[in-house]
Design a protein around this ligand. Structure first.
Ligand SMILES: N[C@@H]1[C@@H](O)[C@H](O)[C@@H](COP(=O)(O)O)O[C@@H]1O
Length: 242
């Protein structure tokens, strides 16, 4: 694992955007795994700026998002579809057929999940997977458990996750309880992984990710088994690292 501790959120975002754009410059038809949440917002902002300046071209890039809430209309302001188009896809020259987000509004979710994994395989797998991290060490929506799912699957969100996400919803009742998430094997099969974290509330999760016991109870700790992980954190998120 390569660890970069930077001063603040702004620096984390700039560094993350540089890593993603370098990937695209080296391989214009890169397959990117993308994350949502507040952490990568600044990275997307930087990438949009770079695109406007003409320094990064997304025309051949293929993307797969990690997850999506269930039982939330796609146009809901808190859906990950809305987030991705609003903060990123609407501002770059990506081809719409190259965008993949788990279609959580469909019937027969089991088939939807299998199809999503087939699409990832057909695209040749993920070249660079961007990840945020939950306060409980979840990645995507792979929540702490005594066992983890390998493929894309429907997940019951953990109490801490519902709590953490409630800041985005008007009422606690409105916070989704379920989601579709890419599984651990698609994430672990990515050629490269870029994990981002900002703020003191992530400090314990980052410590466990980097130097804790490798356990399904902290899904991000499994990243210790991956051969090409870059972690970019700000000083606050690095606080618990010795
Ligand atoms: N499914 C997302 C994760 O992909 C994200 O990493 C996490 C942290 O979000 P934030 O970056 O807002 O702290 O939130 C959600 O649970």
């Amino acid at each position: 694992m390569r660890l970069h501790v930077v001063e603040d959120y702004k620096e984390m975002s700039a560094k993350a955007a540089n890593i993603v754009s370098s990937q695209i410059i080296l391989k214009p038809n890169s397959v990117l795994g993308l994350a949502t949440g507040s952490t990568p917002l600044g990275m997307y902002e930087n990438l949009v700026e770079m695109h406007k300046r003409g320094s990064v071209d997304f025309s051949e890039v293929i993307t797969f998002n990690l997850d999506e809430y269930l039982n939330l209309p796609l146009e809901h302001p808190q859906s990950y579809h809305h987030y991705m188009y609003n903060n990123f896809f609407d501002h770059i020259n990506i081809a719409s057929e190259n965008i993949n987000i788990p279609p959580a509004n469909k019937e027969n979710l089991e088939e939807v999940c299998l199809k999503y994994d087939r699409r990832i395989r057909k695209a040749g797998g993920i070249d660079l997977q961007v990840l945020g991290i939950g306060v409980n060490g979840h990645i995507g929506f792979n929540e702490p458990d005594h066992k983890l799912k390998t493929g894309t699957h429907v997940v019951d969100l953990a109490k801490e996750t519902i709590e953490a996400n409630s800041r985005f919803f008007a009422t606690k009742k409105g916070v989704p309880r379920q989601a579709i998430s890419m599984g651990m094997s698609s994430i672990m099969r990515a050629q490269k992984i870029l994990l981002l974290a900002s703020g003191e509330q992530k400090a314990q999760a980052i410590k466990k990710t980097i130097s804790g016991k490798i356990t399904t109870e902290v899904p991000a700790s499994l990243l210790q088994l991956h051969t090409d992980v870059t972690i970019v954190v700000d000083e606050a998120a690095a606080k618990a690292i010795n």
